[in-house]
Write a protein that binds this ligand. Structure first.
Ligand SMILES: [Zn+2]
Length: 489
């Protein structure tokens, strides 16, 4: 006899006193099902027909294998796990539960008749119900970023009835955002993201208060903006903001729902929850700037922020409701290309500089400097010699002797490049290996997409004693000012 556990899906839980799993003693899978159903005729009727055959709309899994695919009734090992996988139609409520929902309306609650109707599918779930919906209505959630991650997060939190949603962003909707930032549409290109977000959210649910902070979150304003919120959701796209959000949230004692995306890969976790780790417990320091490309540089699969953002929205709502098991102390890794979800555990680090026993960070620091980002707002590095695109064109016309280096990635080179002007592709990642091959007698002009990565390269080249100059504004400036027919991205 082995002791095995049978996982019970939600629709069948009413037959087992609401439990999510039931332990039985059995030798084989079929015997385990018999044990489970022997004293429960109604549950038995759900799983097998009158002849004792498994019903076609139910599958039983032993570990990860379907019982139907296994040669015969398999013998179970101690601790084996069986799962009942029923077919699920979707969100349509049955007549029985509709009736339960309508009886709710008679009660005196802090929700209007329109709200009771709008959220009726929530009210039917015991984990939400009227009380949970009222909690959502009272909740205040701050969202950092109204971009790829911020879009699905804001849309779902608004639809779910989170009473007050704060949004911090200072960007304008760009045509290249529309591939993933579903808060915004074609007609909002060129307008402030927060303006476009507010209109869209208001159209979904006019009852939700949207508070906007059209600014760049920094050490000077973060504590003021972030205090008084119940949950902070990090939908940012750069390391300085991530560390800033983490540190400020830890100092304020607010949990953060973290999400990050890179091409086809995503990460989600909950930081700063009670006894849980923070972002710095996991990543003590940011990678050096040249190893940390932004979405614009690295590209992102458009659906991915939708997957990651909706998981962040789910965790946010669970935190507000106090239901389920938060993704705290765990990080969920998503690989959309393989469509695999993995979970790793993370521990609160007693020596963490911000949430540890003897924190060294007790106030906000300069996060740009901490992350090694020596870049000003228009994307050019400070203290690095620059050349304007128009001047570069003059140099080319004059036939001046210099080397033109493109430090972008090969797939960016494929979109547009200055090969006709004599440019050579040397991606930033392989840069250190080719520095020795460059002719120290000939000056270098280095460019990338917008001038930030090439500034880092110029800095390194100059440290190595080479005469290097950065192309201000990158190839985007070239496309704008010199060659308007050049495709941009
Ligand atoms: Zn920590």
């Amino acid at each position: 006899m082995a002791r095995v556990s049978i996982r019970i899906p939600t629709p069948l839980r009413p037959f087992v006193n609401g439990r999510s799993s039931v332990d039985v003693e059995a030798q084989t899978a079929r015997e385990a099902l018999t044990r489970l159903t022997e004293s429960n005729e109604r549950l038995r009727a759900q799983l097998v027909d009158d002849d004792g055959e498994l019903r076609n709309f139910v599958n039983i899994y032993v570990g990860t294998s379907n019982l139907r695919d296994l040669p015969e009734d398999p013998v179970l090992e101690e601790g084996a796990e069986l799962s009942i996988i029923p077919s699920i139609a979707g969100g349509r409520a049955s007549e029985v539960t509709e009736a339960v929902g309508s009886s709710v309306e008679a009660e005196q609650v802090g929700l209007t008749t329109a709200e009771l109707r709008r959220y009726s599918r929530h009210l039917l779930i015991p984990e939400v119900g009227v009380e949970g919906q009222e909690r959502l209505k009272r909740a205040r959630v701050l969202l950092v970023g109204a971009g790829g991650l911020g879009s699905p997060i804001a849309l779902y939190l608004t639809a779910a009835g989170v009473g007050t949603i704060g949004m911090v962003d200072h960007d304008v909707v760009d045509f290249t955002n529309l591939q993933r930032q579903i808060l915004h549409d074609t007609s909002s290109v060129g307008t402030a993201k927060l303006e476009s977000a507010r209109a869209r959210l208001h159209a979904i649910n006019p009852d939700v208060d949207v508070e906007t902070f059209e600014t760049r979150l920094d050490s000077g304003n973060a504590l003021e903006i972030m205090q008084g919120w119940e949950v902070v959701v990090d939908g940012s796209d750069n390391f300085p903001t991530r560390y800033l959000v983490n540190d400020a949230a830890v100092l304020l004692g607010i949990p953060t729902v973290y999400g990050a995306i890179f091409r086809f890969e995503g990460q989600v976790s909950v930081f700063g929850a009670e006894n849980g780790p923070c972002y710095r417990c996991l990543f003590r320091e940011p990678p050096p700037a040249e190893l940390a490309p932004s979405c614009a540089d690295a590209g992102v699969f458009g659906v991915l922020p939708g997957i990651v953002g909706t998981i962040q929205a789910t965790e946010t709502i669970k935190l507000i409701l106090g239901q389920g098991r938060p993704l705290s102390g765990r990080i969920l890794l998503i690989d959309a290309l393989q469509m695999q979800f993995r979970e790793l555990s993370i521990h609160a680090d007693p020596s963490c500089p911000v949430c540890g026993e003897n924190p060294t960070i007790t106030e906000l620091i300069d996060y740009e400097e901490f992350c090694g980002v020596n870049v000003d707002r228009d994307g050019s590095a400070e203290g690095v010699p620059e050349i304007e695109v128009t001047q570069l064109q003059r140099w080319l016309d004059e036939g001046r002797d210099f080397q033109l280096i493109d430090v972008r990635e090969p797939y960016e080179w494929q979109i547009c490049n200055l090969e006709p002007q004599g440019a050579r592709l040397t991606p930033l990642g392989v840069f250190p290996t080719v520095v020795g091959e460059l002719d120290p007698a000939t000056p270098l002009v280095v460019y990338c997409r917008s001038g930030a990565r090439s500034a880092l390269a110029v800095e390194k080249l100059r440290e190595a004693g080479l005469d290097a100059i950065n192309l201000k504004g990158g190839i985007l400036a070239w496309a704008e000012e010199v060659d308007e027919s050049m495709p941009t991205y």
